[in-house]
Every structure is written in structure tokens, then in C-alpha cells.
Design a protein around this ligand. Structure first.
Ligand SMILES: [Zn+2]
Length: 135
């Protein structure tokens, strides 16, 4: 599986993470599946209801809005993103404990490293997937 971002959507996601610092930012990625490729078309900036710099929870209003609007438009929620203020873009213990959406993509943006990685939650573990950013 490959996740493809248009550059401006990817940058918008990273900018959101920067703006929220020192809190973890979080949001939702909407797009479409094309075979084994998933194409991100839009993000929803959500509120981190935990107001924390080490964990996050997406506010339920934005989550419902993203699922509802994407369905109405024939799109789908592909997954979620959040930032790590410090440290690598790898899932924390909390990220694993709180993972819920099986088959969905979880992107972690590391502000420290200036790097993002994507994972799919298979119900037991996060499996890293390739992210491609295109002009
Ligand atoms: Zn995390």
C-alpha cells in the first residue's frame, strides 16, 4: 500500500503541526483508494482535546464531520495524523494502546526530525507504509 499526497496538502498538514506546537496536533485525512494506492485529497484540522504535548485525541465533532462529508462526496476517511514534538515519527506506547481504526493510516509528523512516517494499524500492530509527496 502506498499513500500519495499532493504537496500542498502534505504541507498544510505539516504546517498545522507546527502551529499547534508545543501541543500535539491531530487531524483526519480524506481521499480515495485506487487499488493498492490511497490518494489523500483533503485534511481536516482537528482539536487535540487532551491539550497535551505527548498524546492526542481527535475532537469528536471534527471526526463525525469528516466521516459524514467524505461519505456524501463518495470519498473516504483514509486515516489520521498527529505530531510528535520531540522524538522520532514512530508510534508511542500510547499511540498503540489507543489505536482503534483497523486498516486505517496513521501518520506521525516529527517536528524534531522534520520527517513524517505512515503506518497502517492491522489490529495488533502498526505496519509502516510508504508516503509519496507529489507536486
Ligand atoms: Zn504519537
Amino acid at each position: 500500500m502506498v499513500l500519495i499526497f499532493r504537496k500542498e496538502i502534505f504541507e498544510s498538514m505539516v504546517n498545522h503541526c507546527r502551529v499547534e506546537k508545543p501541543l500535539e496536533a491531530c487531524g483526519i485525512i480524506v481521499g480515495k483508494s485506487e487499488g493498492d494506492r490511497r490518494v489523500a485529497l483533503r485534511i481536516y484540522r482537528a482539536i487535540n482535546t487532551l491539550k497535551s504535548s505527548v498524546k492526542y485525541e481527535i475532537d469528536p465533532e471534527t471526526l463525525i464531520k469528516a466521516f459524514k462529508e467524505s461519505e456524501e462526496e463518495g470519498l473516504e476517511v483514509l486515516g489520521f495524523y498527529h505530531s510528535h514534538i520531540h522524538g522520532e515519527p514512530i508510534p508511542s506506547t500510547t499511540d498503540r494502546e489507543k489505536a482503534y481504526y483497523k486498516g486505517y493510516i496513521y501518520i506521525i509528523v516529527s517536528l524534531d526530525r522534520g520527517e513524517a512516517k505512515g503506518y497502517v494499524w492491522d489490529g495488533e500492530r502498526f505496519k509502516e507504509e510508504l508516503i509519496i509527496v507529489r507536486p
